[in-house]
Design a protein. Structure first.
Length: 133
C-alpha cells in the first residue's frame, strides 16, 4: 500500500471540492476534474460539465464542508455537508471518487437529508460534533 499516493489523492479531492463548491473557480476546477469524468450520481448530469453546470445554478450561499476522509488505492471517500444549496435542509454526503493520473475521473455519492437534533433518534449529529440549524 502506498500511503504517499493515498495522502496525495485525499489532498487532491479536498482541494478540488473546495475549488469548485466554495470558491466557484471553474477554470481552476478543470485542472482537478478529468475531461473524461464519469458521473454515477442520480442528481447530476453526465460529465464534468454536468457537475459544473449544477454548481453554476446553485445559490451563492452554497457551501461544502469536508469531514472524515479515507483513501484506498485510487479511491477516496469523503463524508461532507452541503449547505445553502436551495433545499429546505442540508445534505450530508458520502462522495466516492476514483482518482486517475492526478484528476477526479469517476464519482458516486450517497446523499441524505441532515437530521435536526429533534429528529435524531441517536441524539447525535450526522456530521461533525454539533447540530446545525
Amino acid at each position: 500500500m502506498n500511503h504517499t499516493i493515498e495522502s496525495k489523492n485525499k489532498a487532491l479531492v479536498l482541494e478540488a471540492f473546495d475549488t469548485l463548491f466554495n470558491k466557484r473557480d471553474y477554470a481552476a476546477a478543470e485542472r482537478y476534474w478529468s475531461p473524461h469524468y464519469i458521473q454515477h450520481s442520480a442528481n447530476i448530469a453526465p460529465g464534468r460539465e454536468g457537475l459544473f453546470d449544477l454548481v453554476r445554478s446553485a445559490p451563492p450561499a452554497l457551501k461544502y464542508e469536508a469531514g472524515m476522509i479515507v483513501a484506498e488505492g485510487d479511491v477516496v471517500i469523503v463524508h461532507g455537508r452541503f449547505s445553502g444549496n436551495g433545499r429546505p435542509v442540508n445534505w450530508v454526503a458520502a462522495d466516492i471518487v476514483r482518482v486517475v493520473d492526478g484528476t477526479l475521473a469517476e464519482h458516486w455519492d450517497v446523499l441524505q437529508d441532515e437530521a435536526t437534533q429533534e429528529d435524531s433518534k441517536s441524539g447525535l449529529p450526522m456530521f461533525g460534533d454539533k447540530f446545525r440549524e
